[in-house]
Design a binder for this molecule. Structure first.
Ligand SMILES: NC(=O)c1ccc[n+]([C@@H]2O[C@H](COP(=O)([O-])OP(=O)(O)OC[C@H]3O[C@@H](n4cnc5c(N)ncnc54)[C@H](OP(=O)(O)O)[C@@H]3O)[C@@H](O)[C@H]2O)c1
Length: 398
């Protein structure tokens, strides 16, 4: 993974190519043509232009944010800091102001803002959360480092979130570890709601990443304020940091209706044994773990444990943090792609994950609309059987 301040190389291009500006405006269902964003009541100044292929100079040259305390340009990415890292005493950026009812930014006949119902009509792969049976669209959205942007830069990634929701996506994952990502997500979701009141709600997941009960409570309150929610869909204990303490709070807050689901995450193979113990013993709703064609360690014990215990699985690093694209660069798609209705390697990597019965929802991260649209294509592709999964692995490893 690449830390903030490091210019990440584009690991691959969508074969579909970037959509035209017209496609973006018509397909977004939000208002990337509103000219000015001042009316949305979410603090998005300036034209809301499409983020496809946006310049990243803003990110690379941004002022230090809260996450910089643990993830400066010379440091590993936040998630690589591991469970031993103390939480930074992050200054709380102002919570996103709620949208105002008087701030409608579109008229009912405005062709720039088609409704969100189109994507819902398509047959998309959904997976149940085992603990309740609630169905989730099986492709989600990560937020590190892509959404670690300040208020002035949110407009650059807002189209990614708007397209994600318009294409049937729901699960958005964040963490207080990810700099300004929670506040950016709060602003973007408020902007989408203001522009398109019929837009479906996101399923918002974040994490607690600090030590001590009081610090955990304070951090979780802050995260919910930043995300603009009074009830969170999923709270996870990030990298198992101080999990015994936080799990008690998570259970109490879930009981009180403040969280709908609770879970744990870790990114390291060395933590899989402990993750497995928690999955088996602690009545979790979710576990988040790394899994991809390039990293199949979770198959040995953790995924079977999650399936046996009825724990939903969010998959972090589904593209091995982008390394998979470098691995297949220049390689033609294998014949199995056509069988599955996949038009890119990204879609193959994602449906390969969905071919494992324990997987609920991979959460790829992107800051580019073209890549987002590419990834969402996996929602309508066929899910591979064991032989087709093996063919995908062979094609990647050939
Ligand atoms: N401990 C934890 O709990 C933990 C640890 C790690 C990650 N996570 C979560 O998991 C999420 C995903 O992990 P990740 O971001 O490390 O890795 P990832 O999703 O496997 O890979 C992201 C990389 O793939 C590129 N990409 C995305 N879609 C593409 C496409 N269609 N074609 C070509 N390139 C594409 C992105 O670049 P572009 O931006 O240019 O598209 C980026 O470089 C994180 O954002 C975070 O929310 C959690």
């Amino acid at each position: 993974m690449v830390g903030p301040g490091v210019k990440r190389q584009d690991p691959g291009m969508s074969p579909a190519g970037p959509p035209s500006r017209r496609d973006l405006v018509l397909g977004l269902g939000l208002g990337l043509g509103v000219g000015v964003g001042v009316g949305v009541g979410v603090g998005l100044g300036g034209a809301l232009t499409a983020g496809c292929g946006r310049e990243r100079a803003g990110r690379d040259g941004r002022a230090a944010g809260p996450g910089d305390a643990v993830a400066g340009s010379a440091s590993p990415a936040p998630d690589a800091v591991g469970s031993a890292a103390p939480a930074p005493a992050a200054a709380s950026p102002p919570a996103p102001p709620p949208p105002s009812a008087g701030d409608a930014i579109r008229g009912p006949d405005d062709a720039r803002f088609p409704s969100f119902t189109g994507a819902d009509g398509a047959a998309i792969t959904r997976r149940p959360i085992p603990s309740t049976g609630e169905l989730l669209p099986a492709i989600g959205l990560g937020s590190w480092p892509t959404f670690d942007v300040g208020p002035d830069e949110v407009e650059g990634v807002l189209p990614v979130v708007a397209h994600f929701l318009a294409r049937g996506g729901r699960v958005i994952d964040s963490s207080p570890m990810y700099g300004q990502a929670e506040a950016a997500i709060g602003r973007m979701l408020a902007a989408v709601r203001a522009a398109e009141p019929t837009a479906p709600d996101a399923f918002v997941a974040t994490k607690v990443w600090t030590s001590g009960e009081r610090a955990g409570r304070e951090q979780m309150e802050r995260s919910m304020r930043r995300l603009g929610v009074s009830r969170l869909d999923l709270m996870q204990i990030h990298n198992l940091l101080d999990w015994k303490v936080h799990l008690k709070t998570l259970r109490a807050w879930k009981e009180a209706g403040r969280f709908r689901y609770l879970g744990v995450t870790h990114y390291q193979h060395g933590a899989f044994a402990e993750l497995e113990q928690l999955v088996r013993r602690e009545r979790l709703d979710f576990v988040q773990l790394p899994y991809s064609v390039a990293d199949r360690a979770a198959e040995a014990r953790l995924l079977p444990a999650a399936a046996a215990a009825g724990v939903a699985v969010l998959v972090m690093q589904p593209f091995d943090s982008g390394a998979l694209f470098r691995r297949v660069r220049g390689k033609p798609l294998p014949p199995v792609a056509a069988e599955l209705g996949c038009s890119s390697w990204a879609q193959l990597f994602l449906v390969w994950l969905l071919g494992h019965p324990a997987v609920t929802c991979p959460i790829p991260a992107t800051s580019r609309v073209a890549h987002l649209l590419d990834n969402m294509g996996a929602l309508t592709a066929r899910v591979p059987d064991a032989a087709q999964r093996a063919a995908i692995v062979r094609a990647v490893e050939a």
